[in-house]
Design a protein around this ligand. Sequence first.
Ligand SMILES: [Zn+2]
Length: 349
Amino acid sequence: MKAITVEPRKPGTARLADVSEPNEHEGSVLVEAVAVGVCGTDIEIVDGKYGWAPPGKTHLVLGHESLGRVIDPGRSGSLQKGDLVVGIVRRPDPVPCPNCAVGEWDMCRNGQYTERGIKEIHGFMSERWRIEPEYVIKIDPGLGILGVLLEPTTVIAKALEQVVIIGRRSFWEPRTVLVTGAGPIGLLAALGARSVGLDVHVLDRMESGPKPDLVRALGATYHSGSVRELGFEPDAIVECTGVGQVIADSIQAVGSSGIVCLTGVGHGGVVTAAACADIAASAVLKNNAIVGSVNANKRHWYKAGQLLARADRRWLSGLITRTEKPVNFMQALERRPDDIKVVIQFAEI
Ligand SMILES: [Zn+2]
């Protein structure tokens, strides 16, 4: 069968290759790939900056934002042939650490977790894949291709849960939320915050294209300036850019007893000790909480499924701006100005 493979840490090695059928030890559920979303992590892996092949192997099958159709449910009692499913990405570390031991592998303490398509387990960009029944999420069949948005939605389900949990440290009645970055994660954050009735503001550098329209269609407000020009102090900020200046501005701009949740992963830049002290002083004097959030556990996968199932399907379909065939996977990995979520489609839905 065909699969998109890469030799991790070697740029220029990604290709559509012939590989053997998935081995039964990878899981008793056999799935036909329908679509796989592409994100920044995939681009980093293909650029040779990230990723690990399975132990003893040189190649990694790419892809962690899956959508597939069950061919053979194996020993799973709850799945049937034809069900639309998505695969959970992370697996607990083998030790396991206390968090992995209780199923909170998203909070793994020792970093020895593994991840499909990223770290030591093959991903989902192959014509067929296998998975353990306990790591399969069955989606609302009415979502169709939109089920490929489940994995990025889990990131937001966790981030918003973190904000709510931290908010309980004091009396807190949040009304306004700022989301920085109108990529897939930022737009899904706006969807999640709107779904609980908050006044949502989304900031992105794009001044036109699909992003402002998608934000307004949610009943949220779009901003294309800087965080400093907002004109109000958000109760919470979900930071989805990973850009140093946006992060620093967000920490200064959040209101008293507010929360900044960081979900973007950026690189580089030098922060002087003085600037760091200024940022810390701002957080101290306003009782602010700054929290990082990555990945998701099964509870967040469930919540994300609920959020997607209830969302407006036409709005969700606006997030998938480009669909490419597996043979054109390199085009799928390009970033174009109007791209939000690009998807590689393996089979008709
Ligand atoms: Zn762990």
